[in-house]
Unconditional design. Structure first.
Length: 481
């Protein structure tokens, strides 16, 4: 990264700030503007440290990703600590580096992935204009930017060295393994009780859904580490870690994560057989037909739950039976919010209600027949389907852009797997494709892209794919010589 504090550009920036702030202070008769240049000079050494140690901070971010905890400073202001402050620091460093020396990032700017992201951000800004609460929507956009700059741009730049892929996997998987081990130990004291899982994963995860989602997504990455490890002793340690992860996944009692594991296995087959595109097409057509059938003549109303029978079950077998019988409280409440979400999309299909606006607007759109014991929503949670959340908050164009982007990423992993000559990069492409398939599955019943754990993994994967595409270009050029 660029040490720009020693450049002429920074000198001119300092001189300009003295001049402009002094002039503005005279015009406004407000002397406090004169403090800004001095703050800039005092903060310069700290900023210099951040810029020169950017990669070190990046690796620290990956280590803390599974270990971070949510903390609310006020009812309206919360951060994930310590990873979100690290994201903000890295975003400043990346932005400064691009400003003063953009040439290392040129291959990223030329990537189709980057162009997809820019299109998505442009529409996000357009939807901001129509948002019911523009301040909440603006905070959403700012948070999105400080995820994108480190996880996408910086990841792509750092992973131009092939050795960094393994390092990235280890730096995330090892801390998560420690979390899983402590969770299993604590859970054992409760006899692995279904209800007790909520008491054992803190302070690292809010609930068993977030915990199991990150755990299942990193299982294919653990298998990749095993595949590229030669030392037999280390291989045994990794096998033990994968076994612990599968045990932790089982005792997380999360049906969505178990389904995601199955989807990942199917994804492995689809990518290997080069038929992922056909499967995605069939899946989209099936979803569209299903929605048309449910909406036609309000057919969805027949799925309304029996209010007094839809309760929380403390026994997991009863919980599964209730799921099959559509009497499970969590899925029943999902139906309640999905109905409201679809009605909200019908109300404002093009611009949506604005980012971060679901909770403040959805109540009038709910159907009484779908209300449950938890419909008062004390957690202020959202619609529990990320694709529907995009459509109702930012309009159908946002859903189309994101879905197109996601499909492009999935098909890119398949393309890279079949076109790379080096097995190392082929296996990484396959692993990332499986990971994306799992994330796609999880977000049909949750909105985890907006969390630091799964959202971080998603955007990290996006950055890795930019660098893999660049490695493929280098490989093609070397073979052509």
């Amino acid at each position: 990264m660029l040490s720009f504090l020693q450049t002429k550009k920074f000198s001119w920036l300092a001189i300009s700030s003295f001049f402009l702030c002094g002039l503005w202070s005279l015009l406004t008769q407000e002397p406090y503007w004169l403090t800004i240049p001095f703050i800039l000079i005092v903060a310069a050494p700290l900023f210099q440290l951040i810029v020169t140690k950017t990669e070190w901070i990046y690796w620290l971010l990956l280590i803390t990703l599974p270990l971070s905890t949510e903390y609310n400073f006020t009812p309206s202001l919360g951060l994930d600590l310590p990873d979100e402050p690290l994201l903000i620091i890295l975003s400043v460093a990346v932005a400064a580096s691009i400003l003063f020396n953009p040439s290392p990032f040129r291959f990223i700017f030329e990537s189709p992935i980057f162009k997809w992201i820019i299109a998505f951000l442009i529409w996000m800004c357009i939807s901001l204009y129509y948002a019911s609460n523009q301040w909440l929507a603006l905070k959403f956009i700012l948070a999105k930017i400080w995820y994108l700059l480190p996880f996408v741009l910086l990841t792509a730049l750092i992973h131009l060295r092939s050795s960094n892929f393994r390092k990235t996997a280890l730096y995330i998987c090892i801390p998560l393994s420690l979390v899983v081990i402590q969770t299993l130990i604590r859970h054992a004291f409760y006899g692995f009780d279904f209800v007790a899982i909520k008491k054992t994963m803190g302070p690292f995860f809010r609930n068993h859904v977030n915990y199991s989602a990150m755990l299942v997504c990193l299982i294919p990455i653990g298998i990749l580490i095993l595949k590229f490890t030669q030392n037999s002793r280390k291989k045994n340690i990794i096998r033990f870690g994968i076994g612990i992860a599968l045990l932790g996944l089982f005792f997380a009692y999360s049906r969505g994560a178990w389904l995601a594991l199955l989807v990942g296995m199917i994804g492995y087959f689809l990518i290997k057989k080069n038929i992922l595109g056909k499967a995605i097409f069939i899946g989209i057509i099936s979803i569209v037909i299903g929605l048309i059938v449910l909406i036609n003549n309000n057919q969805f109303m027949q799925f309304g739950p029996e209010h007094d029978e839809t309760i929380f079950h403390e026994n997991f077998s009863e919980h599964l039976n209730a799921t099959i019988g559509l009497k499970d409280i969590s899925n029943a409440e999902r139906f309640h919010r999905w109905v409201a979400g679809i009605r909200m999309v019908a109300e404002k299909p093009w611009t949506g209600f604005g980012a971060n606006s679901f909770y403040n607007n959805y109540e009038p759109y709910t159907a009484a027949a779908f209300k449950t014991w938890v419909s008062n929503n004390p957690e202020h949670s959202t619609v529990h389907n990320y694709y529907l959340l995009l459509a109702l908050e930012q309009g159908l164009p946002a859903l189309i852009l994101f879905a197109g982007f996601f499909i492009y990423l999935l098909l890119l992993t398949q393309e890279l797997y079949h076109q790379f000559q080096q097995n190392y990069y082929r296996q990484i492409s396959l692993g990332l494709g499986i990971l994306l398939m799992m994330i796609a599955s999880l977000n049909f019943t949750s909105d985890l892209i907006e969390t630091d754990k799964i959202g971080g993994l998603f955007w990290l994967t996006t950055g890795l794919l930019i660098s893999l595409k660049h490695h493929q270009k280098i490989e093609k050029e070397s073979l052509a010589i």
